[in-house]
Ligand binder design. Structure first.
Ligand code: HAM
Length: 436
């Protein structure tokens, strides 16, 4: 009896807001992570990797209950053991948890850490905003001096400059727990007076977290925000001096920055300096900040450690790569193969498998298609790859213990001793480089 045809199997698609990174984009990812490694080594940061899963309370306590991230965007779940866990929406909290847990307060301060990794926020997906995205972050823990704020801003700026971006650092100070409450009260009084004109979201924020109104993107809020009192006018002496010094350092370093009273950030752990990296492009909106950061002197203590000042920033890797693609910045191509190894017949295929190892060990970039049996498709592939030479092992070469070297440019073929294959190809490759 004929077999019944099986029904077509269901295929799967990416989960909304997620993306695949395919080999065509690998060079951008390599470029950005190499840049991060280079900066880390120049400025003395050690790499840290923390898990993507942490206790949910770590994020709630550090980022803040009344923030969009915690209220709306967290991937939270209960695992089989009943623990309440979350996928990290950012990595400063995890880094500080590790700093405390591994007793890093006892080593010479500051402790400088950097990371590259995936973060998760269940936000509305749109251009430059994903539900899984990567950040590169730099954190300096254990140092209150304004010079460190300036150096962190410098690193962020130079990182973007290295990729050829034209950006301006948007800088603000949001004061400390001494002076911020006065400002928040002033802001509340101001927005209460114009409450009816505020967007719905801002009316909620007026009750929950008035500072966040300054971060609103709603059209109707913008003129009201423009007329709002500014934190810098309410800073205490300590915060004012700190901020002035940060700005003096930035002036001295000639870093392009703009004082921006709206940089209040979407996470509650910040105090004093806050900043974002904006591309100088009128087309690019606020939400496309390439990165952001600031000082968070209270976080270590909030998470159970000794009072320890800290400052840092993180860049969004996808946004960084999108920006590279939009500009002319040249990112090195993945190195192309120099030669192709073609084979014909069972014996030749076996010999080619071994020869491939010898060639790569000799530092030659080789392409092959060992599963193909015809010579023509292999030569076509060699052509497509643009290799300089093709090594051909056919039945005759197997009998004679030789190998053929074909110059792909002029089609000239030479037969050499099989044992000398590697030496001969190396000789020709170095000549080809000289002749280029
Ligand atoms: P953040 O501003 O929330 O700060 O995120 C930093 C950067 O991550 C953003 O500027 C953006 O480039 C990228 N990013 C954020 N959300 C998304 C998303 N949904 N899709 C794509 N990219 C995104 C922080 O996370 C702080 N932990 C930074 C910090 C480090 N502060 C001190 N140290």
């Amino acid at each position: 009896m004929a077999k019944k045809p099986e029904g077509k199997k269901k295929t799967f698609q990416l989960v909304k807001g997620m993306k695949d990174i395919l080999p065509v984009d690998a060079r951008y990812w390599n470029y950005v992570s190499n840049l991060a490694e280079k900066f880390a080594s120049t400025y003395g940061f050690g790499r840290i990797e923390t898990p993507v899963v942490e206790n949910i309370d770590l994020f709630v306590r550090s980022i803040g209950q009344a923030t969009d991230i915690v209220e709306k965007e967290m991937y939270a779940f209960t695992d089989q053991g009943g623990d309440r866990l979350g996928l990290r929406p950012e990595n400063t909290a995890g880094v500080i948890r590790a700093y405390i847990e591994h007793g890093m307060q006892t080593v010479p301060q500051p402790v400088k850490l950097f990371y590259i990794g995936s973060m998760f926020r269940h936000d509305k997906p749109q251009a430059g905003r994903y539900r899984q995205f990567s950040q590169i972050g730099f954190e300096v823990i254990g140092e209150p001096e304004p010079i460190i704020d300036a150096q962190i801003i410098l690193i962020a700026y130079k990182f973007c400059q290295a990729a050829g971006f034209n950006c301006t650092m948007q800088v603000n100070s949001i004061g400390c727990s001494d002076c911020r409450p006065n400002y928040e009260q002033e802001l509340k009084d101001y927005f209460k007076r114009v409450k009816g004109k505020l967007s719905e979201l801002s009316q909620i924020r007026l009750i929950k977290n008035v500072l966040r109104i300054l971060d609103s993107k709603e059209e109707e809020d913008l003129p009201l925000i423009a007329g709002a009192p500014q934190q810098v006018d309410f800073l205490c002496e300590g915060c004012k001096n700190h901020f002035i010094q940060v700005l003096e350092y930035l002036d001295d370093l000639e870093i392009p920055y703009a004082l921006n009273p709206r940089i209040v950030r979407g996470l509650d752990y910040y105090n004093r300096t806050t900043f974002e990296i904006w591309i100088n492009d009128e087309e690019v909106g606020r939400q496309s900040a390439l990165g952001g950061g600031g000082r968070y002197d209270g976080l270590v203590e909030l998470l159970g450690g000794q009072p320890t000042p800290a400052v840092g920033f993180a860049l969004g890797v996808e946004r960084f790569i999108n920006q590279i693609k939009e500009t002319d910045h040249k990112v090195p191509e993945n190195p192309k193969p120099e030669i192709f190894l073609a084979q014909l017949g069972l014996e030749a295929r076996k010999k080619a498998l071994k020869l491939f190892e010898g060639l790569t060990q000799a530092g030659i970039r080789v392409a092959e298609n060992l599963s193909k049996s015809g010579l023509k498709p292999q030569l076509e592939m060699a052509d497509r790859l643009g290799v300089q030479f093709t090594l051909i092992l056919g039945q005759k070469e197997i009998v004679d213990n030789t190998i053929m070297i074909r110059d792909m440019e002029n089609g000239i073929q030479e037969v050499v001793d099989f044992e000398k294959a590697i030496i001969e190809i190396k000789k020709r490759l170095s000549k080809a480089v000289v002749n280029e």
